[in-house]
Design a protein around this ligand. Structure first.
Ligand code: FMN
Length: 243
């Protein structure tokens, strides 16, 4: 497996993997809690870093593109082990990083180059917003929001759930009736970049649209201009349970 090592965040390291998996909430419970407005993030037992300065993405190597396309797939079984910062860096750059600094160009297209889709990273240590220019993660909520990113139980304990959020404030030059579909298309392109990175790096991923939009929006503290489009889980595949 390329680029994956086992690192544990302090807060989770006291629990065994089995204990962490026991903390998953099943789908029916999530749906019931959502109906009464009680699907909430898990409080943290430790302090979150205000920001995570990511190492520079490694833009060379990896699997040849045609092999990555041949390997691309959705996977839904993840180890609880956290991702190394290098993997986090590489996959966030793949999702929406700057690839042409002189133009501020990104790795994924956007209509009229509006760059309206922001990527949030729900980690065990907090919810962070990816800032592509500085290639840094900024803390948005000091809570474990992973559980709220989807009705499926694996999202609770997989190490990373990405949330793609459209900022409608950046799409003023696009007709209002087209904004949601254009942003969704851009988010799909970003998510596919992550799929291909994961295929290349031996990571598991699945993009997801089945989540409680109200609960997640509230947990993230989004404003009226922001719309959640898509979520995506990433982690080390269970099958490769570390040799
Ligand atoms: C818009 C969209 C929404 C999806 N939502 C979910 C979801 O909520 N949960 C899930 O497990 N998979 C979800 N998927 C993944 C699909 O189930 C998956 O892509 C499909 O079964 C084909 O499998 P493959 O990706 O391995 O080719 C979604 C895919 C798309 C494109």
């Amino acid at each position: 497996m390329v680029g994956v090592t086992k690192i544990k965040y302090s807060g989770n390291s006291r629990r065994t993997m089995a204990q962490q998996e026991d903390r998953r909430m099943n789908t029916l419970t999530k749906m019931a809690l959502g109906l009464i407005g009680q699907l909430k993030p898990t409080p943290l037992e430790f302090d979150s870093s205000k920001s995570i300065r990511l190492p520079a993405p490694i833009m060379v190597g990896g699997m040849p593109l045609m092999q990555a396309l041949a390997a691309r797939q959705s996977q839904r079984e993840f180890q609880v082990a956290v991702l190394p910062h290098q993997s986090l860096s590489d996959l966030l750059w793949a999702a929406g990083g700057v690839n042409r600094a002189e133009l501020g160009g990104r790795t994924a297209p956007s209509a009229m180059n509006a760059q309206e889709v922001e990527v949030y990273a729900a980690l065990a240590t907090g919810l962070y917003r990816y800032e592509p220019t500085a290639h840094v993660l900024h803390l948005v909520a000091a809570a474990d929001v992973r559980r709220v990113t989807g009705y499926q139980d694996f999202v609770d304990t997989a190490p990373l759930d990405l949330v793609y959020v459209a900022d409608h404030g950046r799409m003023k030059m696009i007709p209002a009736s087209h904004r949601e579909s254009y942003a969704s298309i851009a988010a799909g392109a970003m998510a596919q970049n992550v799929y291909l990175y994961c295929a290349s790096a031996g990571l598991a991923t699945v993009m997801r649209a089945w989540f409680d939009r109200a609960a997640l929006g509230q947990s993230m503290g989004l404003d009226a201009d922001q719309q959640i489009l898509l979520t995506q889980t990433v982690g080390i595949p269970k099958a490769s349970a570390c040799a």
